[in-house]
Structures are given as C-alpha cells and as structure tokens.
Design a protein around this ligand. Structure first.
Ligand code: ADP
Ligand code: MG
Length: 291
C-alpha cells in the first residue's frame, strides 16, 4: 500500500466515523474472512433490564431484591445496573455490604447485614453446591426468548431466578446481513449462557456461537475461528481487550471502555455495527486501487 492511498482511505473512513489507530489495519481488513462479535454492548444495547424475579419457596420479593441489589451496587457489570435500577424503582434500600467479591465470568458475592448473598450464572450456583432444578424449565423457556437467566442465593439456599433482558440494537441484524453479503462468516462470542446466546444469534442470522466463554476464553475463540481464515474481533468491554489484541484486526465500539479502545486497531465512533461493514468496504476499495 502506498502511504498516500492509505491516508486517503483512512481519511475517508474517519469522515464516516471509523478511526484507524494503525494504518496497517486498513490493509489487514481486506483479507478478513471471519468477523467475531461480542454480544453484550456490541450486538446488544448493553443496557439490560430486570424482566422477572421468580422466588423460591419461603423467600420474599422485597427482601431478596434488596439483598441482591446491595451486592450488585458494588459491581460494574451491566447486569448489576439492571438489578440496582429495579430495586430503586420499587423503593427498596441498598444496604452496606462486607467482603464483596466479583468472580469474573461467574457473578458476585458479599455479606449483607450478616447474610451471605451470591448472584450470578448457573455455574456460580453449581460452585456453591446448589441444586437449580426447581428453576430449570422456566430458565430454559426464558433463555429461548433471548433473556438471560441468573440466580440468587441467600445463606446458602437458592432464593430466586433473576432474569434480565438486553435488547438487540436496531441496526445489528442489517449489519450481520451486510457482512454476509461481503462473503464473510459471522460469529458471536459471549460469557452469557448458551441457550440465550443461541436465541439471539438465530434472530440475527449469526453463523457460529461461542457461549459461556470465561474472560480468558475469548482469545481461544478467536484462535479457533482462525481455522476458517483471518479473524476480525469487534467488542466494547474490558474483557474483550485480549481478544481485540489477539485478532488479526481488533475493532472497538467507541461507546465502550477505554481498555477496549486502547487494545483495538480500529475504533467505531458509533455503536452501529454497520460501521464494521464500512471499514471493510473502504479497505477493499482502497487496497484494490493500489494493487
Ligand atoms: P459478558 O460480558 O459476555 O456478560 P462476563 O464474563 O462479564 O461476560 O460475564 C459472564 C457471565 O457471568 C454473565 O453473563 C453473568 O451470567 C455472570 N456475571 C458476571 N458478572 C455478574 C454480576 N455482576 N451479576 C450477575 N451475574 C454476573
Ligand atoms: Mg460487551
């Protein structure tokens, strides 16, 4: 690539809200065959809301929601904001907590007013030795609708099924379709549970799904997709940073975290994934002109 043509290409891209942090990425994007996308905050709005709180026998809604929100208040995960907002909208107090611990990819735990409280994915509850079978059928039904089932435990007992839903961005389905039109394979990589991820992927026409991926596992997903060709990864979160760095081209959603932006080759100024299509199209047009 001549320096001038790369300058023209990256300049044109910048006008369309696609910032190349490294000029080499313009050339590298041309050879991409697979686009892997993070789900939460990339394909979805990243602003989940609490949709259901299904209590286990003997538990009170206000009590459980208050305990869970108190723990989540200390977490920076988008799920946490959903739970805290729901508690506040029901006029519930957030209580001080001790011994707060975030277990990446699993959930959060703390002691609230002397009671031990845990909130998170099914695997967190399994780790605590809890039996989830009382909620299995409901969790599966909600996951098939694209909602995310989580669980709350209080004093070592399963207390509630906590369900959040994060709307898919209006623009995501069209962006996936346009990536297919460019001849690319499209994958989703997420820490969310498998049935939820499959439901969202099916709605968007996504080809491959990597779900229940632990934070360190996103790099492994990128490596495994490399079997099909060069991989671009698109993400917004702190936990996407290693995959953004490991991919052949990393594209960060500019509405995301600074850590993601610093690990990426390309920054998309808006949250609209059609910018990925723009970036690849400009790359192909520019590099074609100079070969
Ligand atoms: P993702 O960004 O794809 O959600 P994470 O690794 O951040 O991936 O989280 C994986 C899963 O761990 C979440 O989908 C959720 O089930 C659980 N989890 C993580 N943090 C929390 C939290 N603060 N509250 C409840 N569940 C959580
Ligand atoms: Mg994300």
């Amino acid at each position: 690539a001549t320096p001038t043509s790369v300058m023209v290409g990256t300049g044109h891209a910048a006008e369309l809200g696609v910032l190349f942090r490294r000029g080499e990425a313009l050339q590298a994007l041309r050879d991409i065959e697979v686009v892997a996308l993070d789900k939460t905050g990339t394909l979805t709005e990243g602003r989940p809301a609490l949709t259901d709180l299904v209590l286990a026998d003997g538990f009170d809604r206000a009590e459980v929601l208050s305990l869970v929100a108190s723990v989540e208040e200390r977490s920076e995960h988008p799920i946490a904001a959903a739970v805290v907002a729901a508690a506040k909208s029901e006029g519930l107090a957030v209580q001080p907590v001790d011994r707060f611990e975030a277990v990446p990819g699993f959930g959060v735990e703390a002691v609230v007013g002397g009671r031990s409280v845990a909130v998170g994915a099914d695997r967190l509850m399994v780790r605590l030795g809890l039996d989830l079978s009382a909620f299995t059928a409901q969790a599966e039904r909600l996951a098939a609708e694209g909602k995310s089932p989580l669980y709350a435990a209080v004093d070592g007992r399963l207390a509630a099924l906590v369900v959040v839903s994060d709307p898919v961005k209006e623009t995501s389905a069209a962006a996936v379709g346009a990536l297919h039109d460019l001849g690319l394979r499209v994958a989703m990589v997420t820490g969310d549970n498998a049935a939820t991820a499959r439901a969202v992927a099916a709605r968007l026409g996504i080809d491959d799904v990597f779900a229940e991926v632990l934070p360190e596992g996103k790099v492994a997903a990128v490596e495994s997709l490399r079997a099909s060709g060069k991989v671009a990864f698109v993400g917004d979160g702190i936990n996407d940073a290693p995959a953004l760095a490991a991919a052949d081209v990393g594209l960060a959603v500019g509405t995301g975290t600074d850590v993601a932006i610093e690990s990426a080759d390309v920054v998309l100024m808006s949250g609209d994934l059609n910018a990925v299509v723009t970036a690849i199209s400009i790359s192909r047009a520019t590099i074609r002109n100079i070969r």
